[in-house]
Structure formats: structure tokens, C-alpha cells
Design a protein around this ligand. Structure first.
Ligand SMILES: NC(=O)c1ccc[n+]([C@@H]2O[C@H](COP(=O)([O-])OP(=O)(O)OC[C@H]3O[C@@H](n4cnc5c(N)ncnc54)[C@H](OP(=O)(O)O)[C@@H]3O)[C@@H](O)[C@H]2O)c1
Length: 295
């Protein structure tokens, strides 16, 4: 039995990891120590050391991030503190305790020029402050824990807990816009794979069970634009909002995003772990589990 410290345990991914990791239906019987932001701030090196030394984990899962992508453009210092220095702080304690660290990064470290699914070996080329800070975190992870790390890149996360840092996930934001009755504009030229955190958490468990180390891309299967995703969401719920596709240029976000950032899950599959199901099935399941679609 392993002792697992989960940082960011009440975020959307953290919530689903905590739920699955402690489920008796899964063949892993870890003791999971759930740490919220109030229990430890990754930016504070002494606090991280004190908490993790007290826990004595074999595995530390760090889901913490500053991921309000547009805000990172103006709050670069904060982005770097959480997404880079925070990773360094956790990784150094893991190294000293002999623990493995599982950490999360993003499809946004790629520039989107490739136009076919990105593998773990494709060279990163970040085009926003957020992506640069996340890539810096990756470098700290690999530098401090060259062998004992599990780096998982994913995309477009949504889960029942909602992204706390963003005040809700894309699905809930779309549904709120619909309730408010305002016209909705959604970008139609950014292609990625929206990923349900419950499915990601299940794949992470298998990855941990199989002793995977290094970098892994994990996302729901298939690909779509944010506009396609919103269209499918409203169709599933029988809603007819005033929905208009716009280009990224028309939308005019402060931060640039890749126009194509689908992740190739090949390394996961090489380990004998199936890529999470197609994104439409995952979305339907999310809507059922959150009580928005009849079971
Ligand atoms: N959301 C996406 O679309 C997406 C896509 C690709 C990759 N990712 C990556 O996936 C990971 C999980 O994302 P998520 O959507 O689950 O995020 P989330 O819902 O916002 O959860 C993040 C958790 O980390 C905590 N946290 C934030 N700053 C912290 C700090 N300085 N010290 C300790 N805890 C802190 C948050 O607590 P408070 O809310 O109380 O601060 C929250 O519990 C992140 O690394 C993110 O970069 C996300």
C-alpha cells in the first residue's frame, strides 16, 4: 500500500482523482492524503517541505496550477510562481523523500503548427505566458526528478468540481450563458480534445498501477473545436441557444492559443492502457453524472 499526497485535492481533477483513488472498486488500496490550497501552498517552499515530510508519501500528485490563461499574460510573476517555482518546490522535497511525483501540463505548450496529433517527443513551442510557465514547470520536474516523475499533458479539462481557478469549466460556462439568454460566441478554429477529468483520473490510476514513468499525453479520443463542443453540448440537452462561431482573431483573447493541439496518446497505449473514450461519450456521461441529462 502506498501513501499518496494529493495537492489541489478539491480542484476538478483533484476531486476525481480522490474519488477514484480511494474507491474499493479499483485495484489500488492507497492511503490518500488530500491537501487543499489551505493545507499547503506550493509557492511556499518551507511549507511544502514541512507538510510533505509529515506525510512521508511514496507518490505526490500535484494538480495545483495558475491556469487562467488570459490573466497569466499580465500576472506573469504569479504564473511563474505557481506553475514553475511551485513545481520546483514540490519536486525537491520528493527527491529528498525518495517519492515519485506526478504532475500535469498542457497541450498549450505546442504552437499548433503541426496539424496532426502531438506526441510526447514533439518539440514544445509555447505561445503564451501560461504555456511558458507550464513548460518551465516541466523542465524543473525533469531536472530535479529525472527518473521519478510522471508528467501528464492533457487538454480542455472539465469535471464535476468545476475549475476552481477559472470559476467553472467550459461546459458550465456555456450553460450559464444560455440561462442568461445572451448571444454566445465561441471560437471555431481551435481544435483540441476536451477531456473529462473522471476519465483522466481513471487513466492515471492505471498508469500508476503499471509503474509508468516519464511523459504521457492523455485526453479523450477524437477532436473538435470549442464551437463543435458547445454545439454538441446544447444538442444533447435539447437547448437552442443563440450560438455563433467566431475565429480566434474575431474573439480577440489577450493570450494566444494553438489552433491545433490534439495529443497523441501513443505512449499510454504502448503501456497497454486504452485511450479514454471518445469525447462525445464522456460529455454525455458528465451531463448524466452532474444531473443535467437523464440517466
Ligand atoms: N483546466 C484545463 O483546461 C487544463 C487543461 C490542460 C491541463 N491542465 C492542468 O491540469 C491540472 C489540473 O487542472 P484543474 O482544471 O483540475 O485545475 P483546478 O480545478 O483549478 O484545480 C487546481 C487546484 O490547485 C489548487 N491550487 C491553486 N494554486 C495553488 C497553490 N499555489 N498551492 C496549492 N494549491 C493550489 C486549487 O485550489 P484553490 O482553487 O483553492 O486555489 C485547486 O484545488 C493543472 O496543472 C492544469 O494546468 C488544465
Amino acid at each position: 500500500m502506498a501513501r499518496v499526497a494529493l495537492i489541489g485535492s478539491n480542484g476538478q481533477l483533484g476531486t476525481d482523482i480522490a474519488r477514484l483513488w480511494t474507491s474499493s472498486a479499483i485495484g489500488r488500496r492507497d492511503e490518500l492524503i488530500a491537501l487543499t490550497h489551505a493545507d499547503v501552498d506550493v509557492v511556499d517552499a518551507a511549507w511544502v517541505r514541512s507538510v510533505l515530510t509529515g506525510v512521508q508519501p511514496n507518490l505526490v500528485i500535484n494538480t495545483s496550477a495558475f491556469h487562467r490563461v488570459d490573466d497569466c499574460e499580465t500576472q506573469v510573476r504569479e504564473a511563474m510562481r505557481v506553475n514553475a517555482v511551485g513545481v520546483k518546490n514540490v519536486a525537491e522535497v520528493c527527491r529528498d523523500l525518495g517519492a515519485v511525483m506526478m504532475h500535469f501540463s498542457t497541450d498549450y505548450i505546442f504552437d499548433g503548427e503541426k496539424r496532426s496529433p502531438y506526441t510526447e517527443d514533439d518539440p514544445p513551442s509555447p505561445c503564451s505566458a501560461y504555456a511558458i510557465s507550464k513548460l518551465a514547470g516541466e523542465h524543473f520536474l525533469r531536472y530535479i526528478l529525472p527518473r521519478d516523475h510522471i508528467l501528464v499533458r492533457s487538454s480542455g479539462l472539465y469535471g464535476v468540481a468545476g475549475a476552481s481557478g477559472k470559476g467553472g469549466n467550459f461546459v458550465e460556462t456555456m450553460l450559464r450563458f444560455h440561462r442568461e439568454g445572451a448571444p454566445i460566441r465561441v471560437v471555431s478554429d481551435q481544435i483540441q480534445a476536451p477531456t473529462y477529468t473522471l476519465d483522466l483520473a481513471a487513466a492515471l490510476l492505471e498508469l500508476a498501477n503499471k509503474g509508468g514513468r516519464g511523459a504521457f499525453h492523455i485526453s479523450n479520443a477524437g477532436q473538435c473545436s470549442w464551437y463543435d463542443f458547445a454545439t454538441e453540448l446544447f444538442a444533447m440537452l435539447g437547448l437552442r441557444p443563440d450560438l455563433t462561431p467566431v475565429t480566434s482573431a474575431e474573439f480577440g483573447s489577450p493570450a494566444q492559443r494553438p489552433l491545433y493541439s490534439v495529443l497523441d496518446n501513443g505512449r499510454l497505449q504502448e503501456l497497454g492502457i486504452a485511450q479514454p473514450r471518445p469525447w462525445r461519450e464522456a460529455l454525455a456521461d458528465y451531463l448524466r453524472l452532474s444531473g443535467q441529462l437523464a440517466a
